[in-house]
Write a protein that binds this ligand. Sequence first.
Ligand SMILES: Nc1ncnc2c1ncn2[C@@H]1O[C@H](COP(=O)(O)OP(=O)(O)OP(=O)(O)O)[C@@H](O)[C@H]1O
Ligand SMILES: [Mg+2]
Length: 404
Amino acid sequence: MPQTNLQSIFQNFIKSPTKIFKDRNALSVNFTPSTIPHREKQIETLATILAPSLKGSKPSNVFIYGTTGTGKTVVTKYVTQELEKISLQSLNPVKILYVNCKMKKVADTEYRLIAELCRLLGQEVPFTGLPTEQLYHLFFKLIDARKWVVIIVLDEIDALVKKIGDEFLYNFTRINQELKNAKVSFIGITNDLNLIQMLDPRVKSSLGEEEMLFPPYNALELQDILKQRAKLAFYDGVLEEDVIPKCAALAAQEHGDARKALDLLRVAGEIAERQNESKVTSKHVDMARKKLAYERIVEAVKTLPKHSKAVFWAIIKTIDEKKESVQTGDVYKFYEDVCKNTGLSPLTQRRVSDLIAELDMLGLINGRVISKGRYGRTREITLNLASDVEKKVRELLKTEFESD
Ligand SMILES: Nc1ncnc2c1ncn2[C@@H]1O[C@H](COP(=O)(O)OP(=O)(O)OP(=O)(O)O)[C@@H](O)[C@H]1O
Ligand SMILES: [Mg+2]
């Protein structure tokens, strides 16, 4: 009976003496660590750049870049928060306005960004309605209301630039010309290393007065980061010795991403807990790795644009039909069918080639480029997914394109 089953699950959970997590929160994304090992240099550099604000001078604008999970956000928040605190004891107040541009509805248009900045300055603004000009005017007034240094942190700035271009940044970096009392500096943060090339040279030079690169962590550095968190998160003796080195090594292979290392450790702990085990072992890390890979791919597929999904579905169908690797041209025929059936207007073969290359980059397919001599180049495409992932992906795409 399902009821008894459920009862026994809960009963077992209560009875079982598993004590894995002391404080699970210490491994969550929102946790702010009290120390940030292996970022001493970056902390010092950023602090040195921003320190003049404590004497009322405008610090240089800073552009911070580095791949994902390299500590850009955590370091910037730490340094700016400390700066704001210390400024309370000085004669020159410093105000930090932190905005994550990836947050939907908060900063995904120029209007919303300025509205959010006004809100951070204590003034609620309607979500839409005011002319942008007027909004800017209000924003300038709020900033200029005091003699202070305002540091505006635009995190994940690539998200916004991709949506609305970099014109707003140009306006932003000119803001000081409009102000009488206040001084404004910017910190732009991105993990998109191509962003710099994309920016208008004028924006680039004003935003990037100082540039800071956050390099990936190596395995030993990741071990230190994990050890510090594990002490807070787990009961003593719960982690087998090889767990942290393994999480660190796996994350180091994947671009030295601290977030990934922390995720692996957290999920490994959760799996051990669910299995009622008293220790977290390297077996749990393997399971965690599979689970995270599964979730990553499924999430990536779910959030693909419609045409990319159609292309992906066409690839799967073409491979099913041919039972072997397929080429771009074969896929295009199926793609056109998929479009016809779902009322999409098909993109050109050229664009579809680009979308296939993107799917390859996301690790969803394997596309080996082969030369066909004077006929140009094509891609030999194979599927590249673990069987449980592939099953789920097929399910997702099937409901999207073949539900009758
Ligand atoms: N040196 C460190 N010590 C302790 N924790 C760290 C360190 N570096 C990163 N972390 C932790 O790893 C996670 C990712 O760090 P953070 O959010 O700063 O990365 P990021 O560089 O901003 O990545 P993204 O580009 O994806 O935004 C956070 O949970 C953060 O607390
Ligand atoms: Mg970040």
